[in-house]
Design a protein around this ligand. Sequence first.
Ligand code: F6R
Length: 251
Amino acid sequence: MKSITSADLVTFVVDSREEAEHALAAEIASVVRAKPNAVLGLATGNTPIGLYRELIRKCATRELSFAHATTFNLDEFLGLERGHPESFHRWMDQNLFGHVDLPRERAHLPEANSGDAGADDDAVRYEAAIRDAGGVDLQILGIGRNGHIGFNEPGSPRDSRTRVVELHEVTRADAARSFGGLEFVPKRAITMGVATICSARRLRVLAFGAHKAAIVRRTLLDAVNSDCPSTFLRGHVDVKLFLDREAAREL
Ligand code: F6R
């Protein structure tokens, strides 16, 4: 693992995704061992799948237990039934929750199906629930090709909290294939805000593949600006970015 020295974002370039996944899974295990009731922030998408596989393996071999942990996911599409094949509720069940000993009542995702009238209140309640749980100890993040973190799309303010957002066209286009067409991709979502995310005590960011190279460069080198919300990660007191060689190729 090679590290790139930068004033405000510790960056590691790894030889393989597995190297980053193993390192981060080991860190998560040590956080949870030191504090069994740790609060973890979770992401969905292609990026964390291998990490979750490694966490599942550690649980199976009893190197790790989530029995006393709590989790909060970053986001959820608005208007999908929980069982919808593309809902993040279902994705988390399939890729992590269904395979580890985390009690379901402590695995939180934003409520996404209480109708237009209730969504703003749900967002406020989600933010309060994170605060009441003592805040997030370690947040896992991916980066969207447009620089989003969670669903904080370009233009999201630095001081934003959990709220209802309109999804950006790039985000919807990236989701179109799995939804079976752009017309089936929801237009709105609930997401933790930029400030919510940056309140986590540790941020661990993963970016893999050549399709992330341009946004990785912007994340590290653009002026810190809401046009590229991932630039807001810079300057957090404890943030680490793990890249494979393809994602690092424009640095
Ligand atoms: C997922 C999330 C998003 C993704 C990002 C990258 O819960 O909040 O910000 O992390 O869109 O997605 P992948 O990993 O599919 O490239």
